[in-house]
Design a binder for this molecule. Structure first.
Ligand SMILES: [Zn+2]
Ligand SMILES: [Zn+2]
Length: 256
């Protein structure tokens, strides 16, 4: 079993062939996918999509890019979705100071709101962090009792400690396969076996073999291959460990 812990399968670029994408995932052994919402519209779509197919699990949240739209009405809808039993996590949320599509103050306010909600609901939080390590680590430390995942972890081993100390899991994406990202591969080798996850973040960030093209869950195999090599373990061992970790973090049904 392989688990893709971060897939935006509602994306419009899948509208033509979504069932083919899901069939290819299963042929590739990717039985489980976490379908991650990024605003009110896509979170609602994630829940609808997950009703139509086995092995899909939804989340609801407001991405840092959309933090300026994180008003009381949007938050009420996200909270209602997050309270549903089928919802496996709060987010994605976090901080993105690279694109900075929303002001930093509204990103921080939006992020803290999600952390508080995750604590209240006893659900994990899905965190996006780009060029915002210090503020992200501080917000996580300021909200003890919340665990979650640093999704698409792109930093090196030196930035892992505050997240591991807070009980977070660390998820690697196609970024780990890019030739210049040696530091990210060192991080992939350093994360404890009971805290590591893999994802595609599809349709974005296709692994090196498909770089620049649309990504899809079947290609999480390339991430597993790369990370297994760095960790000096086998593909199957790592697939099993990361699926077991996804069960533990997201409360998924036990694996057969
Ligand atoms: Zn993200
Ligand atoms: Zn995402």
């Amino acid at each position: 079993m392989i688990t893709d812990t971060h897939a935006h399968l509602f994306w419009r670029s899948y509208d033509e062939d979504r069932s083919g994408v899901l069939a290819r995932a299963r042929e590739a052994g990717v039985d489980r996918m976490i379908v991650v919402g990024t605003d009110v519209e896509t979170s609602t779509q994630a829940f609808e999509l997950c009703k139509t197919s086995e092995g899909l699990y939804p989340t609801a949240g407001i991405h840092p890019h959309d933090a300026k739209a994180s008003d009381a009405g949007a938050r009420a809808t996200i909270e209602e979705l997050c309270r549903r039993t089928e919802c496996v996590a709060v987010g994605e949320t976090g901080l993105d100071y690279f694109k900075e599509y929303s002001p930093r103050s509204s990103q921080l306010d939006n992020f803290r709101w999600h952390l508080d909600l995750a604590r209240e609901l006893h659900k994990p939080v899905v965190v996006h962090c780009r060029d915002a390590h210090e503020d992200t680590a501080r917000a996580v430390a300021d909200c003890p009792g919340v665990t979650g995942v640093m999704h698409c972890y792109t930093m090196g081993p030196g930035e892992l400690a505050p997240y591991l100390d807070a009980g977070f899991f660390i998820s690697f994406s196609g970024v780990v396969t890019y030739p210049r990202n040696e530091d990210n591969r060192l991080a992939a080798a350093a994360v404890p076996t009971d805290r590591i996850l893999v994802e595609t973040d599809c349709p974005f960030l296709a692994p090196q073999s498909h770089r620049g093209k649309r990504n899809e869950p079947a290609l999480v195999r390339s991430v597993l291959e790369c990370v297994a090599r760095e960790r000096d373990t086998t593909f199957d061992e790592l697939a099993h460990a990361t699926s077991r970790n996804a069960c533990a973090l997201f409360g998924l049904p036990a694996m057969e």
